[in-house]
Ligand binder design. Sequence first.
Ligand SMILES: [Mg+2]
Length: 277
Amino acid sequence: MNPKEPALPSALSHRNELAARLEGKRLAVFLDFDGTLAPVVDRPDMAALSDSMRRTVGALAERCPVIVISGRDRKDVHERVGLDTLVYAGSHGFDIAWPDDGTEPLADCTKFHDLLEEVGEALERKLGPVEGVIIEPKSCSVAVHYRLTDEAGAVAVKAAVEGLLASHPRLRGVSGKKVYEILPGLDWDKGKAVLWMLKALDLDGPDVVPVYVGDDITDEDAFNALEGRGIRVYVTDGVDGDGPPAADYCVKDPDEVEILLTFLADRANGGGKGMAR
Ligand SMILES: [Mg+2]
């Protein structure tokens, strides 16, 4: 066991407690993708949802609003989940689409495209020779994955990313699990996106309990945003160790996430029919 793994109570061992919190309430479920719905894999383009998870998420979405929020581009995460009945928030919440296909570009990252492209090219030049580095240009960010590098490679990646950020104050960096992400320096994150969506979906009343399940550093903004308000479940598997996050419960891995979602679908009391805005 990772010694830094947070000492959070297991959500699955506290189902009675969860049931009590959800009694008579409407439910809204926010789900991260990588490491939460799909196991973390060496190459980001290999991440996939199991058929069983897809069925479970689909069944939950028949009972309550389900929102997938990811650092991936919205279309990418939508395709990987493969369900049209959910809300998808891509690019860490910069880009949100409703099931009726309306989209909501919330914080305008278009004016950063040229700069992000330039940064992506600079990273390619610097890190191209480092074996195992995967540079992933996305619509609102550039991700640099180093899960497949050796230690010296990881050091080179860190130095390159920090150097670029230092010379580009309009951008900001986020570090995740064996990945650095370079984003527009806009005041917007998964936490702000979650609060915005609760309002937009008419889910910000006291009769709604938002549940957020996520595994990464970027999910902590959402955990913090839902403090004292929602049920925050941290997925612990593969923790790289930055100390305990601000969550209420934990589950171990996507298999346990699926058990939790099945439980939530059983508890959802019909509050989810109002998906349309
Ligand atoms: Mg994740």
